[in-house]
Design a binder for this molecule. Structure first.
Ligand SMILES: [Zn+2]
Length: 107
């Protein structure tokens, strides 16, 4: 675990890598950023008019690459399949994405 803060640039790098290798470049995210939070670790909002998404990751987990990547992959599965509920299938999609993007070292 690194105590250095994950940068916005690293976050964008992992998003692009995952989008390319695990989601066929099809995810459309307008905003991807770290933000202040009191009660969430990561969240995704859908812009209903445009059909696009925004992903925010809490500053509170920014010290950990694996927590940031775990949260990012989780939110990207939401973007990929907005109606898929949390559960076994959701978990399988996360593992598959990690493997396709060759990010298993962060599991
Ligand atoms: Zn979720």
């Amino acid at each position: 675990m690194s105590l250095e803060k994950v940068s916005e640039r690293q976050l964008r790098f992992w998003f692009n890598r995952l989008n390319r290798l695990a989601f066929g470049r099809k995810l459309r995210v307008d905003y991807l950023e770290f933000g202040h939070s009191d009660d969430w670790v990561a969240m995704t909002n859908k812009n209903l008019a445009k059909g696009t998404f925004s992903i925010r990751i809490s500053n509170r987990i920014r010290f950990s690459r694996s927590l940031v990547i775990t949260s990012l992959v989780h939110e990207m599965v939401h973007v990929d399949d907005w109606k898929l509920p949390h559960g076994r299938k959701f978990g399988e999609r996360i593992i598959k994405a990690y493997k396709k993007a060759k990010l298993e070292q962060y599991l």
